[in-house]
Structures are given as structure tokens and as C-alpha cells.
Design a protein around this ligand. Structure first.
Ligand code: IP8
Length: 259
């Protein structure tokens, strides 16, 4: 099975609160469906999560009562986004159901812990794709915290038999520097832990979970000798589909796996 994260920068406009990229999501769902592969999808929160999370400091955990309504609002917004994605999946012919991460995971000081995954495993066995997403989740130490889609990818990659991991983002891959501000930035076809140390991450928009640098760190943790971890641009028509078909595409492959 392949696990794919549809990043918030692709499925939403991260600069506008609650702006869904319906057309893009529809295309990506079709590319996934056409691949005919067994896939598990996780999605980010984009502007349905990061804007309010940042505004109310939700990533730091509970510190004041005015965060509570914001924590609830974010969970409403991310569920709304998730349902919009499920709608596109169903239209593409993918049987999928949205599963809020707070129903099967808690956090402990920002570490994601799977408490009850029986339902998502059973859904998957039935042939219904359980779709989880970045969200506000309760935290045993901090009251609540931000559970990113990247953290979910790591936990789900251990729970299921995952042969390939794909992060769909709005960039062609990992660059040696920010290509938006640095003309000399070079796209890396592959990255290892040493190379990552040299790379600067700049995003310029709200991202309480750290942007591309933490994503590549997660990718390196998830890559093994038998499991490729790929960062690919989902804003380019057909690129995800080509990758799923096994074609050579512009992307960055994380190579760090010692396991
Ligand atoms: O978009 C973050 O998840 P991500 C979740 O996968 C929130 O980083 C609520 C900001």
C-alpha cells in the first residue's frame, strides 16, 4: 500500500482563511483513482487550520480560556475541509470516509500516540479508505496541541504495510535554498540527512508545523531500505499520476533509511 499526504498548500490557498482548492483536489483524486493502486490518503489543514492556530498560539498548548473557542473552531473547520475532500474522492470513485484524528489519537507533549486504531484498520480491510488529517488534538501534558498530517503519516506508516510514502506539496521538491528568493537555488533529486543540514527553510506564510524542513526530516525518518519517500508537486497536472505509474518525474526522494 502507498500512503499519500495531500499538503495544505495544494488543497487550500494558505494565504486566505478557509479557501479550498476544489479543482486541484478533484484532479488529484482522479489521478489517484486512475492509478488503480491501493492508497491511503492523509491531508493537511492548510488555511482551515494554520491561520487560527497561529493567531491563538494553539501549537503551544492551553494557556488561556480564549483559546478554547478557537480550538473548537479549528476542529470544525478541518472537518469541513475533510468533508470537501471526501466529496471529491467519492466523485472520483474512491470509497473514502473522513476520520478525525482526535477519535483515535492523543498527544503527549506533542508526541502523537495511537490510542484506538481498530476502526481505521477495519475500514481499510473493508475497502473503505480512512482519511485522517492535520488537526487540533487533545494532549495529555499540554491540554491540546497541533497534530500535523506529517505526524499522522509516520504513525500510519507503522500501522499499515506501507511500501511507498508520497508528500504532495506545491513545490517541485527540496531546493538547496528558497527558490522564490534565491535564483541560485538548485532542486535536489534526492536528499540524505547530511544534505538536509545545509538547507534553509523559508515559506513566508503561516505554518505552525515548520514547513518544508520538518517535512523532509519526517520523510528521512520514514524512509527505509525498502520504502521510498517522495516529495512531489501536486499543482502540476498529471505529475502525481505519473509518479504513481512508476514514471520518472521531477521530485525529491529522501534517502536516509538505515532500517
Ligand atoms: O497542515 C496542521 O496540519 P498540517 C494542523 O499537516 C493544524 O501541518 C490544525 C494547523
Amino acid at each position: 500500500m502507498i500512503i499519500i499526504k495531500l499538503g495544505g498548500s495544494v488543497i487550500t490557498d494558505k494565504s486566505q482563511y478557509r479557501k479550498f482548492n476544489q479543482e486541484r483536489v478533484s484532479k488529484l483524486c482522479k489521478e489517484i483513482k486512475d492509478s488503480g493502486l491501493e492508497v491511503l490518503v492523509v491531508h493537511g489543514a492548510g488555511s482551515f487550520g494554520h491561520v487560527l492556530a497561529r493567531q491563538y498560539g494553539l501549537q503551544n498548548g492551553f494557556s488561556s480560556n480564549d483559546q478554547i473557542i478557537a480550538a473548537a473552531q479549528v476542529q470544525y473547520d478541518t472537518r469541513d475541509l475533510s468533508q470537501m475532500i471526501i466529496k471529491e474522492m467519492l466523485s472520483a470513485g474512491i470509497p473514502a470516509v473522513s476520520v478525525a484524528p482526535g477519535s483515535c489519537f492523543v498527544m503527549n507533549n506533542d508526541k502523537l500516540i495511537a490510542t484506538d486504531t481498530e476502526a481505521i484498520e477495519r475500514l481499510n480491510k473493508l475497502g473503505i479508505m480512512p482519511v485522517t488529517f492535520g488537526d487540533v488534538v487533545t494532549d495529555r501534558t499540554k491540554g491540546f496541541g497541533i497534530c500535523s498530517g506529517d505526524q499522522l503519516m509516520e504513525v500510519l506508516a507503522e500501522l499499515f504495510d506501507i511500501k511507498k510514502v508520497i508528500f504532495v506539496s506545491d513545490i517541485d521538491g527540496l531546493y538547496t535554498a528558497d527558490p522564490k528568493t534565491n535564483k541560485g537555488a538548485r532542486l535536489l533529486g534526492s536528499v540524505d540527512p547530511e544534505m538536509l543540514q545545509k538547507i534553509k527553510s523559508e515559506s513566508g506564510v503561516d505554518d505552525v508545523t515548520g514547513g518544508v524542513l520538518s517535512k523532509v526530516e519526517a520523510m528521512l525518518r520514514m524512509s527505509t531500505k525498502n520504502r521510498d519517500c517522495v516529495l512531489v508537486n501536486g499543482t502540476v497536472d498529471g505529475r502525481l499520476g505519473a509518479l504513481l505509474r512508476g514514471e520518472t518525474v521531477t521530485c525529491t526522494i529522501a534517502r536516509g533509511g538505515t532500517k
